[in-house]
Design a protein around this ligand. Structure first.
Ligand code: AMP
Ligand code: ZN
Length: 112
């Protein structure tokens, strides 16, 4: 298995898990851009949001992102980002949602 996030989901590469269930895993970003920066991924490999055609999994990912925000106590607010494909600036080719918070994030619609 060569995909980095598949290996993290399988526990082959260590990560700081925030939550995990049968379908999704959330872990801390290795280069945090905010005091709280967590990535939410599906356990099964999906290249990016472009390829995601499973609405049930989409719902699970979104619900997990909200759970992460609550677990991180981001009651003052947070931002959810999905970089997709080349123009979206996606670096890791396994679908992931960034949950960012813990400081004001400004008005930019991009990853701070
Ligand atoms: P993106 O640019 O949306 O593809 O974001 C990929 C993110 O994965 C970046 O924010 C990286 O810091 C993060 N990342 C890369 N390798 C790891 C890793 N081993 N553990 C946790 N986060 C990682
Ligand atoms: Zn993968």
């Amino acid at each position: 298995m060569s995909c980095l996030f598949c290996r993290i989901a399988a526990g082959e590469i260590p990560s700081q898990t925030v939550l995990a269930d049968e379908h999704v895993v959330a872990f801390r970003d290795i280069r945090p851009q905010a005091p709280s920066h967590v990535l939410v991924i599906p356990r099964r490999h999906v290249d990016s949001l472009w390829e995601l055609d499973d609405r049930e999994l989409a719902g699970r990912l979104l619900a997990a992102a909200a759970e992460v925000a609550r677990a991180e106590k981001l009651e003052q607010g947070f931002r959810l980002i999905a970089n997709a494909r080349e123009h979206g600036g996606q670096e890791v080719g396994h679908l992931h949602l960034h949950v960012l918070g813990g400081r004001p994030l400004g008005r930019m619609l991009s990853k701070p």
